[in-house]
Design a protein around this ligand. Sequence first.
Ligand code: PLP
Length: 388
Amino acid sequence: MSNEPYKPSGLHVDSLLAHAGGGSDPTTGAVVPPIQTATTFVRDEDYELINPGHLYSRDDNALFHKTERLLASLEEGADSRLFASGMAAVAAVVRIVKPGGTILAQSGIYWGTTIFLRKHCARNNIALVEADASELQAFQDEISVTQPDLVWLEVPSNPYLKLADIPSISARCKQAGALLAVDATAATPLIMKPLTMGADLVMHSATKALNGHSDLLGGVVTTKDASNEAWAFICEERKNAGAVLGSFETWLLLRGLRTLSLRLERMNSNALAVANFLERHPKIEAVLYPGIASHPQHELAKSLMTGGFGYLMSILVKGGKTKALKITGALDVFQRATSLGGTESLVEHRYTIEGETSGIPVDLLRLSIGIEHGEDLIADLDQALASG
Ligand code: PLP
């Protein structure tokens, strides 16, 4: 089965998305693709596959291909692979590095990734170095000194919304012979395309804005070069280790993608309005959002995030943990739940999830901004801050 990125000439990305990566089903003319639930595919009398590429659905599935081709096209990459969750996608990339190797990872990223990296590296005799990638010179020096096999960035980072200068870091990775992978979950490919900035691999938790409806777990890795060893390993690993996305989830993801650009337009504008409101509020200590001028890397954000500044932000509230929890408890429109990127706005007290060891501030609240009317979100925050 061809896994070439879907690239009809002259169409805007919104149009590719609206058509879910291709026109009608060739056999029926259906405008929505069928869910392929079969796990296995018959052979003819000569033991040839009836449809080459359709052998067993852990290896191949027409819906995976359609979705992967669309995602590769959004990233301006060469090929994509879907995984059973964002963490399964992280793990497939990290496992490229063999015992005795070195990983340099950005510090202060999604806690689940940090925990996985620490445990995986400790168990497999892999040296793990964690460093702040927003300090460009120091991070580049770290690449030169540690000569890592893999550099792992998360841009923007969750929950600190820090940026890393992907083009400059990628140049140093090339000199050092390191592979550069970027988790761009909080951006999405409509906002930022790391592969066009020199990254080798880009990864997303499709659980978040790509699907956007908080109703599936999924992950995706896209490569710039489909002919290198790293990509061959990732594809083989997906098939042999079997962390594949279910057919129904793939179908749901493709459906979610149809509205990605519309959802992001609203999320971007809501998030900016919320950030501007919160920044002026006397009960807020700081707003961490790359779209506002007070963000220390706002200029870098403007150069990396060309499709808006995204839906994720964190705030530090005055009055510590008690006040943070009180404000959270008083919110009505924002739902108190973990995760991000859904149509509904969520608030989370990360300290409650991560505990003390991660170093997360007790007064930090992470907000995932949804597609509600922006005025409702601001009014909800206003009343919660007044009561807190
Ligand atoms: N990367 C980032 C930035 C995330 O925020 C998350 C989950 O919150 C993941 C990866 C893991 O994704 P999943 O929950 O789909 O396994």
